[in-house]
Design a protein around this ligand. Structure first.
Ligand SMILES: [Zn+2]
Length: 327
């Protein structure tokens, strides 16, 4: 196809193409821009200046049957139609295994990895990615114990508890204490952490929450507030002024009083709102997300539109970079 095209292109046209591709490259690497790529679940890659930051990178998207946080497997979960997905099923009692082929396909380098909490869909791929990239990893003590158990060197592990405000190479991060989603109509509660000296591999059910955090990134021209759950502590986020909000948008948000309005007003009505953690992360990247968009992302977007008719709301597509230029 490319060969065919090349034969048809005139030399002046090729020169114009080269000019444009050079121009794009220059603007993408400009220091004032950042690029965000949705990795699914609560996972993101943020490229800024010269740093690659990963947030809750969970790419394995294992075919988990039922819930990872309760013993009960509902009939609907067990009877789920997995379509053409021939991968093995996982249950909460099974040992977790990262899908290194998928990870290697999409993650080549990282300088920092930030993790909101240690449930499997946030933390289970992090030891492999940390060892592969040599990135510094920032998260709770529960995360640090997970990393050490997997042999990640101590000089890569930065343990935080919420309240820290740390400077990195060319950005800073305020670590915010937070709360986990009020899953299962608020019946979810877990105060467990991954313990020091735990033996690996861990079973899926051993990826316990280990406390929840949010992060407020200050890049050169962008401030990004990230969420790993559909919940927050009002006092912790009040007065922040992100211009980009990665807003938890799955249905457990409905358990929270005035979730969307409080989230937006406490953070001074961000210019750009991007729903996160809305996708069906038990299916591969090429599977349809129509049902998840319809039941989770779209209703949240409608909520935001009702409160902020002029906000830029972006429904992210898996693995497609979005470049934000500075104002
Ligand atoms: Zn969780």
């Amino acid at each position: 196809m490319i060969k065919k095209l090349n034969n048809k292109l005139s030399i002046p046209f090729i020169i114009i193409l080269l000019f444009f591709s050079y121009g794009c490259e220059t603007s993408q690497s400009s220091k004032s821009n950042i690029s965000l790529k949705y990795l699914g679940a609560a996972g993101w890659e943020i490229l800024s200046d010269t740093s690659t930051v990963l947030i809750d990178p969970y790419l394995s998207r294992i075919k988990l049957v039922g819930n990872s946080t309760t013993k009960n497997i509902s009939n609907s979960a067990a009877a789920r139609d997995w379509g053409k997905d021939q991968r093995p099923k996982f249950y909460r009692d099974d040992e977790y295994e990262p899908d290194t082929l998928v990870i290697n396909e999409h993650i080549s380098s990282a300088d920092y990895i930030f993790v909101h909490h240690t449930h499997f869909d946030h933390a289970a791929d992090v030891p492999y990615i940390a060892k592969k990239t040599g990135a510094k990893v920032i998260g709770t003590e529960s995360l640090s114990n997970l990393l050490r158990a997997h042999g990640v060197p101590n000089n890569q592990i930065i343990t935080v508890k919420g309240g820290e405000d740390y400077v990195f190479d060319n950005f800073s991060v305020k670590v915010l204490p937070s709360l986990h989603s009020a899953l299962r109509k608020k019946l979810y509660f877990n105060s467990e952490s991954i313990q020091k000296g735990i033996k690996v591999p861990l079973k899926i059910k051993q990826y316990v929450e280990g406390n929840s955090l949010m992060y407020y990134f200050r890049f050169k021209n962008h401030k990004v507030l990230t969420m790993g759950s559909m919940n927050f502590i009002g006092d912790a986020i009040e007065g922040l002024e992100p211009n980009i909000l990665l807003a938890g948008s799955a249905n457990s948000r409905k358990e929270i009083y005035n979730y969307t309005e409080r989230l937006l007003s406490l953070t001074n009505y961000p210019d750009i709102i991007i729903p996160t953690h809305w996708d069906d992360f038990r299916v591969t990247y090429d599977a349809s997300q129509e049902a998840a968009i319809k039941s989770k992302a779209s209703p949240f977007i409608e909520d935001v539109k009702n409160i902020l008719p002029n906000a830029e709301i972006i429904l992210p597509k898996h693995l497609e970079p979005m470049v934000f230029e500075s104002k």
